[in-house]
Design a protein around this ligand. Structure first.
Ligand code: ARG
Length: 460
């Protein structure tokens, strides 16, 4: 039975079943870089404060540097019996630099150590996730720019409603992903405080310079309560909540991609490189990527629920339950990053079938509101105009024609406010072009919205 770093008060070794059960090295080895970086900063500060000899601090830091290199080169095998990444590294350090290595853990607990490591880890992952989101937004803006005049039907209740453009539709998603960017920045801002110095729960009697460590590690400051410092996982939950929203946005978008690439819609065709076939049906070209992203959304919601549930009812301060934070957090990070990585090029390479989109915008009385607006602009009250046009639509449905197909006499029979210009006023092009209100689908409004979104992205 291997000797534990905490083995002093024990007369017996850990049962093998327990050892396997509570070991986290299989997954928390992902934190090795953060763990070593934190230990280096801690050791340096211990030396500077005269808590350990400066020469010991130097030896520890050099030892950690060597371990880092060896881990990156794949030369280190971790030991389940050493429980977690923190004790694995400390054990290897002591094997390498001797008893000096045993001084590293002065004025530190694994509780503040792990809290530090996850914060460092998540800070980097947030930056990467934000970069992926920014890339997606850029792709959407580029695609929108090329489709400012691509008319398509807009829907409510998945029933044709009013004509819009593909650019306008894509810009709706730009808004969602822009909010996601902002939420992640907000999460990173609150996360960015160093918990080191909180000790196990009650701080330490040693004269630490917490701020020096925090500064070296790129934090904006230190956590202000030692109990909270070791037991706060809000930042991980906030990340999972933000990631859940991103996944929800991706999933809605994927649902539309799936619909649009169906034969019934045929609005787009996905590139071969982002579609897959069927093992039985030779003709198939399926939007599996979009479906898989839609499916993976549930995982991230699950990760969020798992973290919330782990944390609920935990008394202060650290409890071993909190070791369960990592797999959910890692899964949420991996999933959202993986989905963004494949989604962006899928959108960038899809082919837009402009004619089908435009034809789609023509059917379904999508210009009925414009007929009513026309009457309202001629002095008929909107309610009355709505009633008149409703009757006209009914007439058209019975005849099996569109509003544009009615003769001028038909129009006049419904209201003498109609003039010859009615046909031009209700063409799909005009229906779109006249919606110039800020935030609307008119090409000039959309161009302005694209420019504004680009400015915002540059400020992010
Ligand atoms: N592996 C542990 C975790 O991930 C590190 C902290 C353990 N602390 C303790 N007192 N058991 O939470």
């Amino acid at each position: 039975v291997s000797k534990k770093l905490w083995g002093g008060r024990f007369q017996k070794g850990t049962d093998k079943v327990v050892e396997d059960f509570h070991s986290s090295i299989s997954f928390d080895q992902r934190l090795y870089r953060q763990d070593i970086r934190g230990s280096m900063a801690h050791a340096r500060m211990l030396g500077q404060q005269g808590i350990i000899a400066e020469s010991d601090a130097r030896a520890i830091i050099a030892g950690l540097e060597g371990i880092l290199k060896d881990i990156e080169a794949g030369r280190i095998e971790f030991d389940v019996a050493a429980e977690d990444i923190h004790m694995n590294i400390e054990k290897i350090l002591t094997e390498r630099v001797g008893d000096i290595g045993k001084k590293l853990h002065t004025a530190r607990s694994r509780n503040d150590q792990v809290a530090l490591d996850i914060r460092l880890y998540l800070r980097d992952e947030i930056a990467e996730t934000r970069a992926l989101l920014a890339k997606l937004i850029t792709t959407l803006l580029d695609t929108a720019e090329a489709n400012v005049d691509t008319i398509m039907p807009g829907y409510t209740h998945l029933q044709k409603a009013q004509p819009i453009t593909l650019a306008h539709h894509l810009l709706a998603y730009v808004q969602m992903f822009d909010r996601d960017l902002d939420r992640l920045a907000d999460c990173a801002r609150r996360l960015n405080r160093s918990p080191l110095g909180s000790g196990a729960l009650a701080g330490t009697t040693f004269p630490l310079d917490r701020l020096a460590v925090a500064t070296e590690l790129g934090f904006d400051g230190i956590t202000e309560n030692s109990l909270d410092g070791v037991s706060d996982r809000d930042f991980a939950i906030e990340f999972c909540a933000a990631a859940s929203l991103t996944m929800m946005h991706l999933s809605r978008f994927c649902e539309e991609i799936i619909l649009w690439s169906s034969q019934e819609f045929a609005f787009i065709e996905l590139d071969d490189a982002y579609s897959t076939g069927s093992s039985m049906m030779p003709q198939k070209k399926n939007p599996d990527v979009a479906e898989l992203i839609r499916g993976k959304t549930g995982r991230v919601y699950g990760d969020l629920m798992a973290l919330l549930t782990v944390m609920k009812s935990l008394p202060l301060a650290y409890n071993k339950d909190m070791q369960e934070d990592k797999e959910s957090l890692f899964d949420a990070v991996d999933t959202v990053k993986g989905c963004l990585t494949v989604f962006t090029p899928m959108i960038a390479t899809m082919r837009v079938r402009r004619e089908t989109m435009k034809n789609g915008a023509r059917g379904g009385f999508t210009n009925a509101t414009d007929v009513a607006d026309y009457l309202a602009k001629k002095g008929v009250s909107f309610r009355e105009a709505h009633e008149i046009v409703g009757k006209m639509v009914l007439l058209c449905v019975q005849k099996g024609v569109a509003l544009d197909d009615l003769t001028f006499e038909d129009f006049r029979a419904c209201s003498d406010a109609f003039g010859e210009d009615i046909y031009e006023a209700i063409s799909v092009e005009r229906c779109v072009a006249d919606r110039k209100v800020p935030g609307g689908p008119a090409p000039e409004a959309v161009k302005e919205a694209i420019a504004q979104a680009r400015r915002r992205l540059n400020e992010q």
